[in-house]
Unconditional design. Sequence first.
Length: 235
Amino acid sequence: MEIHRPKPFHRWREFLKEVGIIVLGVLIALAAEQIVETLHHREIVKSGEDALHDNFARFVQYKSELDQEAPCMAARAAELRAILDEAGRTRRLGRVGTIPQPYPLPWQIDTWEAMVASGAAPYLPPPKTVLYSRIAMSGVDLYNVATSEWAEWGALRSLSGPPRAFSETEEAKARDTLARAVEQANLVRFIAEHTVVRITGTGLLDQRALSEATDRGRHPGHPVWMCQPIAVEDR
């Protein structure tokens, strides 16, 4: 019985060539996988930023609506002060009509939370991640302050009603409530202004998108309830 020894490779060059082909195939497969993964990451980032674009545009629109309402709010606050001045002088409150209320706006930047949940945030440049996060936090702060403002204006509705006696305690409470409402309204405008500056800084909205959003906020069809005067009848 003959024993055949394994034949050596004819040439090392052929061996290295085969190994090279295998390595190249592995590298191509890894590169293809990396490309697919990169394209997937870009897609989820694009989808998230598209949603942020729409949310930012609505925010700019709400800021425009707020600017439209601001003069009327100042006029209503002055009107209420005059009512309280007269009631404080006579200790009688005349028949006061409905106290106008600010229009509630959904200030949140909730699409950022969705973008984080989708896993897109880690694939953004770090400065952009920080900026988006700060804008979202400003939206939360703004909504919380606006909620407090709405509550204060809601409390002022207690002044509405038929003529009645008006004590010093009631006057002091009403003035305090009005002062808080005005303070909160000013804070809402302050936060909104700075948030829009940050939104502009992201570059996600070009000048055309910013202008269109601002114009939508100025649309005459939007309710500006604070522009309705407070009806007051004689005592």
